[in-house]
Write a protein that binds this ligand. Structure first.
Ligand SMILES: C[S@@+](CC[C@H](N)C(=O)[O-])C[C@H]1O[C@@H](n2cnc3c(N)ncnc32)[C@H](O)[C@@H]1O
Length: 201
């Protein structure tokens, strides 16, 4: 199904507005790697809005996204990044390939978050970090109810986004520990750094 997420010019227009009105600070955090990383995966890179900053801070940056039109735009935006057409649920990378996985506004759109998170864990080196920026199900009952009611139309309009996902719970259930100091919550927005809990596969 084609929605805003699959129409690159429209997606970029909407995101430019959202970033100018508040989302920009969250994205700046997402791409603000602590120090210089060697190998970074931008999971669900879309039109490549994270890529220029990541490419300036990492030795190798790979962007993965299932939408070919978005990847074409990402290629124009950041020629240094390697781009792969792939779904998070089946990543075409070897185990332990990345030191950092960054993912912005993607787990709301993947079809199968547990499968996607299992793949993220698999491709992370031991000690690697997952930097996540997401919007999640509201903690207020009536707002969550509104999200539930709006979800079918919103998913159709956006081409995949589900506004009512319990993504933080999914991250923990997938065997990640969220670094307490990294977590920020404002309304439905969340950001966090997570790493694989030791001893869990
Ligand atoms: C809201 S956009 C975010 C794009 C980009 N990360 C950003 O911050 O602007 C969601 C992206 O997730 C991608 N996506 C949807 N399903 C996916 C999946 N199963 N695996 C990986 N990416 C997926 C979409 O193609 C889209 O580019």
């Amino acid at each position: 199904m084609r929605g805003v997420e699959q129409v690159p010019w429209l997606y970029d227009l909407g995101l430019a507005f959202l970033e100018a009105t508040g989302l920009g600070g969250w994205r700046k955090w997402l791409v603000g790697l602590d120090g210089r990383a060697a190998r970074v995966l931008d999971l669900g890179c879309g039109t490549g809005r994270n890529l220029p900053t990541l490419a300036a801070r990492a030795t190798t940056v790979i962007g993965a996204d299932p939408c070919i039109d978005s990847l074409r735009r990402a290629r124009r935006r950041e020629p240094r990044a390697l781009l792969v057409r792939a779904r998070a649920e089946a990543l075409p990378f070897r185990d332990g390939a990345f030191d950092v996985v960054a993912s912005g506004l993607v787990l709301c759109s993947v079809d199968d978050p547990p499968a996607a998170l299992a793949e993220v864990r698999r491709v992370m080196t031991p000690g690697a970090t997952l930097r996540l920026l997401e919007h999640v199900r509201s903690t207020h009952r009536w707002q969550a109810r509104l999200q539930d009611l709006a979800q079918p139309a919103w998913t159709w309009f956006t081409g995949g986004c589900r506004p009512n996902r319990e993504t933080e719970a999914a991250v923990i259930a997938a065997g990640f520990a969220i670094e307490p100091g990294s977590r920020r919550a404002r309304g439905s927005m969340r950001r966090m750094v997570a790493s694989a809990r030791e001893g869990e596969t």
